[in-house]
Design a protein around this ligand. Structure first.
Ligand code: FAD
Length: 410
């Protein structure tokens, strides 16, 4: 017998779990299918404050608070002897002043267990292999790890499959990314001791050159995430073995160079190529793409989970309304809204890699009001039109750079 559900959620990452958390509060039948067995490692460990609003609305904040993750109060950027620090409590407008840095295996598993404890079925080790739509119903074929196939019928699909990109592939929606040609390599270590001071409560970016950077993300259990992001050619110029190449790359840093050279990696460094993704459309008849299954820009401002949860939550609200017979304008209410935030972040990401945003960050005579407005963007409040650096993001950054250029000390 075919299983049926109102809404099928593909993927149990943060995007899918926020969607499930919201829908489960609203008396509608949902089913989650997840390709992997949890807990499982994934990357995307430093959150930004906007995520907290989304977890709260999906009823998931209390379970996350109980996990005692490392609190994160801001971001620090280091370039040789220059340091730029953003403190989320000193940002423009309203919003959370802090968030967490999370080992994703535990974080995603905690969210999924909480959703299951509320009665939602998550089929692990089960992946979507094909989707077909007729008479306003989807027929979705699944296969589990043992190779057994099954079918589920649903009215609506929320595709939160991340890099699985299920509907992008099935419905031929792949598009060129906005920021292209970047790769990453990362691992975890167990730090013997952390230096005193604020480092443990921030994400730190060390800039190697304007397109290449290193991250330091401390967790509350004493483990630390280390990683590099750079153009493909930069990452590829080192030894083939990721274990060897990670050590070689560490030598290119100056601030962190010696601190980690004697540590064992907790897992062989993972290399990911072409990390940015995009699609031609994020929605269509009976489906919506959320999180990374729709778009991923770049890790530089840690915006991935914020967009994954923002889009997962909005997709849940709109699909619920549609299934209750109220018309939804998906272009306006979903695509345009999400895209407004993406456009703000993509301006900041592009100007980061052009070097202009780095000039702005490291400019010695910071205007506190401007810094607060930029800080609010870094905290993920990219829909706050009262912020001039959101409302006129491209023009404001361009003008500010023009203003400081003659005085720039680098
Ligand atoms: P995911 O978390 O990837 O979850 C998708 C789930 O779908 C997975 O569990 C997968 O197993 C499942 N799935 C896939 N295919 C199928 C299928 N066929 N059937 C069923 N299930 C399926 N973001 C941040 O916020 N902060 C950071 O510091 C950060 N750093 C990053 C560093 C790097 C190098 C990269 C590449 C990304 C980084 N990100 C970061 C982005 C972050 O990883 C993602 O944006 C985020 O995990 C997206 O969440 P999601 O729920 O959309 O997808």
């Amino acid at each position: 017998m075919k299983k049926t559900t109102d809404i099928l959620i593909i993927g149990a990452g943060p995007s899918g779990m926020v969607a499930a958390g919201y829908l489960n509060q609203h008396n509608i039948s949902i089913q989650v299918v997840e390709k992997q067995k949890f807990p499982r490692f994934t990357i995307g460990e430093s959150l930004i404050p906007r995520c907290m609003d989304n977890f709260e609305e999906a009823g998931l904040l209390d379970i996350l608070k109980s996990r005692k993750y490392q609190k994160k109060y801001g971001a620090r950027f280091i370039k040789k002897d220059k340091v730029a620090e953003f403190d989320f409590s000193k940002k423009f407008g309203i919003g959370w002043d802090w968030t967490w840095q999370v080992p994703r295996a535990d974080f995603d598993y905690s969210l999924a267990r909480e959703i299951e404890s509320r009665g939602v079925d998550i089929s692990y080790n089960t992946k979507v292999i094909s989707v077909n739509r007729s008479n306003e119903l989807w027929t979705v074929d699944l296969v589990n790890q043992a190779g057994n196939t099954s079918t589920i019928q649903c009215k609506f699909i929320i595709d939160a499959s991340g890099n699985g990109r299920v509907l992008a592939k099935q419905l031929d929606l792949e598009a060129p990314p906005k920021v292209d040609g970047h790769s990453s390599i990362f691992t975890h270590i167990k730090e013997e001791s952390r230096p005193q001071g604020k480092e443990g409560e921030l994400i730190t970016f060390e800039i190697i050159d304007h397109e290449t950077w290193f991250w330091y993300i401390p967790f509350s259990d004493g483990t630390t995430s280390l990683g590099f992001v750079g153009p493909d050619f930069w990452i590829d110029q080192f030894s083939e073995s990721t274990e060897v190449s990670f050590g070689e790359m560490l030598k290119e840093t100056s601030y962190y160079q010696e601190r980690f050279d004697h540590y064992d990696f907790l897992f062989t460094p993972v290399k990911l190529r072409n990390i940015a993704k995009n699609v031609t459309t994020t929605h269509g008849e009976g489906f919506v793409l959320t999180g990374n299954s729709a778009e991923f820009l770049d890790p530089v401002f840690s915006s991935g989970v914020a967009f994954a949860t923002e889009s997962g939550l909005l997709a849940a609200k709109l699909s619920l309304r549609q299934l209750r017979g109220v018309k939804v304008n998906w272009d306006l209410e979903y695509a345009e809204y999400i895209n407004r935030g993406v456009e703000v972040f993509s301006t900041y990401v592009k100007e980061w890699y052009s070097g202009k945003l780095q000039d702005i960050f490291f400019f010695p005579e910071q205007d506190p009001a401007i810094k607060e407005q930029i800080c609010s963007v870094l905290a993920g409040y990219v829909w706050d039109k009262s912020n001039p650096f959101v409302r006129n993001h491209a023009r404001r950054l361009k003008n500010l750079h023009q203003l400081i250029k003659p005085k720039k000390i680098l």
